[in-house]
Write a protein that binds this ligand. Structure first.
Ligand SMILES: *Cc1c(COP(=O)(O)O)cnc(C)c1O
Length: 246
């Protein structure tokens, strides 16, 4: 895993203010209550120092999508920053669930029962219930992770029966498009899935985790409660060049 050097504190402060301004503007434009849209700072590929710079500005919610990289940052920062909220947002393999259950507060990307069962078994009893979202595959692309909309109900029912997990809502990553109207349609579909599921389960699903750097505005327009923002905060994730072979 290539870790970028940390951007400077002043760069991060400026990016942070710019993203907050985008969220404010989108909420104003679409009649959303600002306090109901939360910013998840996706710190993957950036070092603990970058997280600390945002924490010093008062930010507390961070997202990671590689287990070991996330756990390294969490354990490094924990002594001085015990109150950060860490969200796991990446594809999760069964053999990596224990570290996620032990170190994270949220998992956005649950898409199969076996993973949910392991998280439930492995969540330490002294910690609050692990908050989980089900990842739904709206675009129906075979290559993307996420459960098909018609599989949501049985999965959600099973997850509700598990101890130590709290089912909060849905997460989605629609395929990116420069056409914002198209993105809005996709995000609206996620919200409709959530509304239907909530009704069928008789269980509140307040969380909609959707929208990233490029499409946070259409996501907010359609009801996002967590937007997951990486590049607009930390800068581009450039693949680091490997050294030339000798
Ligand atoms: C990387 C990542 C993000 C952030 O994407 P940006 O385009 O950098 O804002 C959001 N969600 C998930 C699941 C990711 O892996």
């Amino acid at each position: 895993m290539n870790i970028h050097p940390s951007p400077s504190a002043s760069f991060l402060a400026a990016q942070y203010a710019a993203v907050q301004a985008r969220i404010d503007a989108a909420c104003a434009a679409h009649g959303r209550v600002r306090a109901q849209v939360q910013l998840l700072a996706v710190s993957k590929t950036f070092p603990a120092q970058a997280v600390q710079s945002l924490a010093e500005l008062g930010h507390t919610a961070f997202g990671e999508n590689y287990v070991q990289e996330g756990v390294d940052k969490i354990t490094h920062l924990a002594p001085h920053w015990p109150h950060l909220d860490w969200h796991f947002i990446g594809p999760l393999q069964s053999n990596k669930t224990r570290k996620v259950a032990e170190h994270f507060a949220w998992v956005h990307s649950v898409d199969r029962l076996s993973v949910a069962q392991r998280l439930a078994q492995q969540r330490p009893p002294h910690l609050p219930a692990l908050r989980v979202c089900l990842q739904v595959n709206i675009s129906a692309e075979a290559s993307k992770s996420g459960v098909a909309p018609e599989q949501l109900l049985p999965l959600a029912q099973a997850v509700l029966g598990l101890p130590r997990l709290h089912l909060c809502g849905l997460m989605a990553i629609p395929e990116p498009s420069a056409d914002l109207a198209h993105m809005r349609q996709r995000f609206a579909q996620v919200r409709e899935c959530r509304d239907q599921l909530e009704q069928r389960l008789g269980w509140a699903l307040p969380t909609l985790s959707m929208g990233m750097s490029e499409d946070l505005e259409p996501a907010i327009a359609e009801g996002a409660t967590w937007i997951r923002v990486g590049r607009a905060l930390f800068g581009a994730r450039t693949p680091v060049q490997s050294p030339p072979e000798l």
